[in-house]
Design a protein around this ligand. Sequence first.
Ligand SMILES: Cc1ncc(COP(=O)(O)O)c(C=O)c1O
Length: 400
Amino acid sequence: MGFIADSLNRIQPSATIAVSTKARQLKAQGRDIVSLSAGEPDFDTPQNIKDAAKRALDEGKTKYTDVDGIPELKAAIVAKFKRDNGLDYKPSQVSVGTGGKQVLYNALLATLNPGDEVVIPAPCWVSYADIVLLGGGKPVFAETTIENGYKLTAEALDKAITAKTKWFIFNSPSNPTGTAYSAADLKVITDVLVRHPHVWVLTDDMYEHLLYDGLEFATPAQVEPKLYERTLTMNGLSKAYCMTGWRLGYAAGPEVLINAMRKLQSQSTSNPSSIVQWAGVEALNGPQDFIAAHNKIFVERRDLVVSMLNQAKGIQCPKPQGAFYVYPSIKAAIGKTSKGGTVIKSDEDFVTALLEEEGVAVVHGAAFEGSPSFRVSYAASTESLKDACTRIQRFCGNLS
Ligand SMILES: Cc1ncc(COP(=O)(O)O)c(C=O)c1O
């Protein structure tokens, strides 16, 4: 009998964390590495949010709190959903956890039974499938294509849904593709979901505020009110508020689900850090203008990266409208050999050789169930983006 639980053998360590860790190690060894692998803004947390945390400390707000969030934070979240999404929730419908990842984990672990299926459009964020597997469920990937801008079609969704489908996970703007759905795009999807009343919707709106070119954000329960009773609308502070290390995420949905999530959290982490929760109140209620200022910079960087990558031999890079990722295809590079002698049979070979030969860290598409591609995070300085794209161009130019 093995010491480590069988359930753990079903999952993989996070590939994005693995690449970022390797890049850090190589840097520590003195190698010249540009890392575009991390999914976090390079901007610092706004000062008013930091000050709120300091105030909370000084005021002794350092004790256990309600398991799934202090009333002040729940009130701020209720107001946020009303203000930004036109959604009405009561505080009893809100759950706060230690990062969006824990909120997702709670929702899935609290509801999945063996054999339950979860439909996930692919390419997708690395953790969805592993959390589903840990919960004993079965991920079912609904494929999207580069030709369709990585947007899910009604046909692909309909085909993926079976009598065993418990959840459909939706993520716009998307990690890893940056694809963002307009309300009209999303209606195509919600129309299918309305026809399958046994399927619950888990929408991961983590990148809500990182939207460009005037596109307006849309979320399933807003686009199709008929889905409100079976939708968990999840969001977090990590990306738009530059708070990845603080660990704060939240969701709102039907009480039956929120209560189950609270029960699970009460036997794992209990409340998210009390200090961070007070910072979260300030983040949601305080000034929001820094978001537009950041987005202006993200757009410039996106345009730079898309243009430079499309000039690299064998790379096709769409221009997405959200998040801070681009997801170029390397289809034309498969079968070629790098200058260092690596035969590129997969996107993993491509990113490994790129890291070894040119010192650029990006994440292979297989980690996101979308090959042959790789993900570039452009949440990095313009200077390092130029440097990295020049190296990628050189690497591709040397493929033969
Ligand atoms: C799509 C998506 N959802 C959820 C998360 C988790 O965010 P958090 O840092 O709040 O746990 C991430 C973080 O990378 C993400 O990209």
